[in-house]
Design a protein around this ligand. Structure first.
Ligand SMILES: [Mg+2]
Ligand SMILES: [Zn+2]
Length: 221
């Protein structure tokens, strides 16, 4: 089916994509609880599922440090250049834009607050500070077609936009994007996702800023 007959929809990662750095890694590195490096290594090398690993990472942090953790995450993050312009481009071109994030609500929503993105277009994980440790909650788990234990399952969201009707565009950087890249029509990749696309034989467009993404999209809209 030609691309012009389908509407375009973008699924954009948050950590390391919309933000310059990975916020989960930045938080854990900053608070530096014993044992975090091995867990991060296990997640990135896919020895541990994202859900299991991210849950374990935050359980290393006491819930009593909520304020510090939230403030650090928000103050430390930097939005990648061209993000606002990409949103405006999508609006102008009637391209649906979804944030599909393996990140956590307490930094994803505040950091996206300055941008005009409807809340039902933002998917991320939740959190609880009720117990003694920070507990990650998973309101968007894998459907029966995914056994990857994603935590926030990008392919589950993407399957709501069937390939017959939608041209599915994924923008991402790392392990939370690996599964989505396999089913997307177009992949914009940086960092670990580039290596993964090469390994899988998935074609991709590299990007550094969202201006690169806009330049490429202008060619195909
Ligand atoms: Mg990421
Ligand atoms: Zn999944």
């Amino acid at each position: 089916m030609s691309s012009t007959s389908r509407s375009k929809v973008i699924f954009c990662d948050f950590d390391g994509t919309i933000t310059v750095n990975d916020n989960i890694v930045a938080i854990i590195k900053h608070f530096n609880p014993d044992g975090w490096e091995a867990i991060v290594e296990d997640i990135v090398s896919e020895r541990k599922s994202i859900r299991e690993g991210v849950g374990e990472l935050f359980r290393l942090l006491p819930a009593s440090r909520r304020k510090e953790v939230v403030e650090f995450a928000i103050n430390n993050a930097q939005i990648r250049e061209g993000f606002d312009e990409l949103l405006r481009f999508c609006q102008y071109q009637s391209i649906d834009f979804y944030v599909t994030s393996g990140g956590i609500d307490f930094f994803v929503y505040p950091l996206l607050q300055p941008f005009d993105i409807p809340e039902d277009h933002i998917f991320c994980n939740g959190s609880s500070f009720e117990g003694s440790r920070i507990e990650i909650l998973w309101p968007h788990p894998c459907d029966h077609e995914c056994s990857n234990e994603c935590g926030m399952c990008k392919t589950t969201i993407m399957r709501r936009f069937p390939a017959e009707h939608y041209e599915r565009i994924l923008i991402g950087d790392s392990v939370t994007d690996f599964e989505g890249a396999k089913i997307a029509d177009i992949v914009f990749a940086r960092s670990h996702l580039i290596d993964k696309c090469r390994e899988l034989g998935v074609s991709y467009t590299p990007f550094e800023t969202f201006h690169d993404v806009i330049d490429e999209l202008e060619e195909i809209v």
